[in-house]
Design a protein around this ligand. Structure first.
Ligand SMILES: [Zn+2]
Length: 241
């Protein structure tokens, strides 16, 4: 049982007011930060999609280069085989002709592959340029939205600092045992540690307070917690007496 005076209960009520304001502004500012990071995520997603386009473009470009290179090698083979035609006997001649024919077919395949990739590359290049332009616009738009959010929440950040300072100053004047009880309950309950009892009902959990406990709250000589929600209880009329 912790002894308490009316003055200390009054301080607790003031501490709770500062705590409530602090928690409310903190929660609002957390929402603001979340909004900012959602915008950042949107930008990140766009960047990822753009990177994918560039990587696809790289693959198409590589396919173009490979097809072109193989075409050149193939041309050299055809040229060499054609030269050899003059030097060989009739049996090898037929084999060489077949080889030349096969290489020419391969060349046609490579050429259409090359042209297909070239066309695709040009399309991809165009899309990338458009998307880069959009990415720039989106970046500017998002940066400006984020700055706007920062500007609008600046006053709230300042208010938060004031309430935090006020909370610290009030806490310093309180008996450490009472303060530590307050802090425990506040941490466990999201910032609400001290609540009023009105008409024998706890305003924290809206449950009835047993008559004997109610008398003790009105007596205001020891720190009383709600048997249901554990919050510190006070009676407003007692404090104003
Ligand atoms: Zn309660």
């Amino acid at each position: 049982m912790i002894d308490i005076t009316k003055t200390e209960v009054n301080v607790l009520v003031e501490l709770q007011k500062a705590e409530t304001e602090t928690v409310l502004i903190e929660s609002y500012l957390n929402g603001v930060e979340k909004e900012k990071s959602l915008l950042e995520e949107k930008l990140g997603d766009f960047q990822t999609a753009l990177d994918k386009l560039k990587s696809d473009f790289g693959l198409t470009n590589k396919a173009c280069i490979d097809a072109d290179l193989e075409m050149k090698l193939n041309d050299a083979r055809i040229e060499k085989s054609s030269d050899n035609l003059k030097k060989v006997n009739s049996k090898d001649y037929a084999a060489l002709l077949r080889e030349i024919d096969n290489n020419k077919k391969r060349r046609d395949t490579l050429e259409s592959l090359y042209l297909k990739n070239l066309e695709e590359k040009e399309t991809q290049e165009k899309v990338i340029m458009e998307q880069e332009q959009l990415y720039l616009q989106l970046t500017q738009q998002i940066r400006s939205q984020q700055e706007d959010i920062d500007r609008k929440s600046q006053a709230d950040r300042e208010r938060l600092e004031e309430h935090r300072l006020q909370r610290r100053q009030i806490a310093e004047t309180l008996n450490p045992h009472i303060l530590s009880r307050f802090n425990e309950i506040s941490q466990a309950s999201g910032g609400l540690a001290v609540v009023e009892v009105r008409d024998e009902v706890c305003r924290g959990c809206f449950m009835n307070i047993p008559p004997q406990l109610y008398i003790e709250i009105r007596r205001c000589t020891s720190l009383i917690q709600c048997p249901h929600c554990n919050k510190i209880l006070y009676h407003i009329e007692v404090l104003s007496q």
